[in-house]
Every structure is written in C-alpha cells, then in structure tokens.
Write a protein that binds this ligand. Sequence first.
Ligand code: SF4
Length: 324
Amino acid sequence: NQPLIKVEALKKYFPVRSNHLFKTQKQWVKAVDGIDLEIQSGETIGLVGESGCGKTTLVNVLLRLEDSTEGSIIFDGLDITRVSQKMMRDKVRKNIQIVFQDPFWSLNPRMLVRNVIGEPLSVHQKLSGLALSEKVESLLDMVGLPKDSLYKYPHEFSGGQRQRIAIARALALEPKLVVLDEPTSSIDILSQAQILDLLQQLKEKLGLTYILISHDLSVVHYLSDRIIVMYLGKIVEQGPSEVIFNQPVHPYTQALFNAIPSLSMQNLSELQTIEGNVPSAINPPTGCRFHTRCPRVMPICSEIEPKAIYVDKDHQAACHLLKS
Ligand code: SF4
C-alpha cells in the first residue's frame, strides 16, 4: 500500500546569531535532522519525546506552517515541500487539519459556534445560510453536542465541550489527516476519557489518520497504533504501540517510559527520571546524541552515529547495543 505520508531525509534548521568575542556568528538549531518515516492511511501515530526533541517542529513542517530545509514530504502522492503556498491553501490544507491543546485559545470567542465550525465550509465550499447551518448541525451531532449549540459562544461551554467544537471544526472539510496536539491536556480527567473515546470512534467511522503529540504517555498508549520516539531532532525508535510500551529496546525509550508513574507505585520516590537535560540542538553531541545521558554508554557511542536497524518486523531502533 502506498503510505498517506512518506517523509525522506527531512531537515529543519533555524538560523540563530550568537556573539562570540565581539564577532557575530550565524549558527543553526538542528530541530529536525534527517527524518525518514511512513504513515499508512488509517493509522494513529504517537509522537513522543521530551520537550525540545523536535516533535512540534516536525509537525509544523509536515503541515507546511514552516518550510523544510531539506528532504521531501509526499502527502497523498504529492511532494508538498515543492508546492506553492497557494496550492497548499487551496488543495492540500483541507486534507490536513489540527486540533490544538487549548480549545479556549484556538476558538474565536467572538464567533458563534455556527461560524466557528462553519468558517472552513464557507471559505472552501462556499456554503451559507440554511445549508451551512444544517452541515454544522450534523458535525455537532457527530461530536456529541446538541443542535442548540449553534447559536452559543465558545465560553458558554465546558473545556471538554470546547474541545468537541474544535474537533468538529477540524473535521468540517473531511480531512484525511488530523494532527492532535496534546488534545486532552487542558481538560478535566472525566472529559479526557470521553474525548479519547470520541477520537477513537471518529477515526474508525471516518477512516481518519492521526498524528498524536502528547506528553501523557497513557493517552499515547490508548490511542496509538504505532509510536515514534524522537530525541534531539532524530527518530531513535519506532514500532507498534504495545511493543514500544512493553519491550522498548533503545535506552532513551526505556528511560522515558520508566519515568511514568505506574498505578502500582505507592511511593513517588520510586519514579525514575532521566538524568540531565536535553542538550542544545545548536551543537548536538557527536555520535549518538543520547550518549551524554545514556546509562549504557560505550566508547563507540560518542564517535559513530548508530544507524536505525530492524530489531523485529515493524520495529526499528538506532543504538550500538542492537544487532539486526
Ligand atoms: Fe546509549 Fe550508545 Fe545506544 Fe546511544 S548508541 S543509546 S549512547 S548505548
């Protein structure tokens, strides 16, 4: 099967200026540094890693909110790194939508729900009047909100309901891919479970493909079919969700997943954290980028960058400890 997205050798570097001995030097933040990945239609991919590992930049480049520095992104057969912003706006972006972390800020407080959800429909499909209201009503129904929500403002809803409005808006143009950026982090626990359930149902009903970014690994576990682990601009491990959760092979993934408190832990002091901070992406460590924090570091690790190898079907990792 042709993947919905195929990313090859993708890089995104940001220029920064630094002053050294009264000279201004131009340096580069290597936020995404040589990523290859494929996402099949209908999959949910969980993207995990600490803050500063490049997840958000990768998604911004996939959405063309930022231009890539190098590499290609084939979305639905089209290399979107090469199309004009106009083509992106008119033809591609309706197929890639995003649901943001905090619906309070992503929904215009001065617009009625009818217009919040209906805006993409009036722009792209020129819907108006009764046809627009009917379409918005059907979207409200799809996300479990009553029809009379149409003429209310976002602030009249709870956090969970606002996230439903944001989901309805994202689905208005029947996208193929939806990016979920921390979709439940700003809502209460009960609504979180309901939103996760809704997202799962919508995916099955509409055949959606999701990219999920979340720091909450239980959310990632619940929704994802496959997990991609990033560290300092690179993918260090990827594989089926159950495998990454239960038998991660890369020391970074192991450390990341060991840092989650489990329900059986009585004492939070049992919680392990990863030593040190993520190093700067301006001059990342040589060899394996995790070598400055890795509990299993070997002499080769600071010299040679490990290549991604298959440890099993569909399960890849990049670490010198592994043999294919
Ligand atoms: Fe640790 Fe070396 Fe593997 Fe990197 S390559 S994760 S430093 S053992």
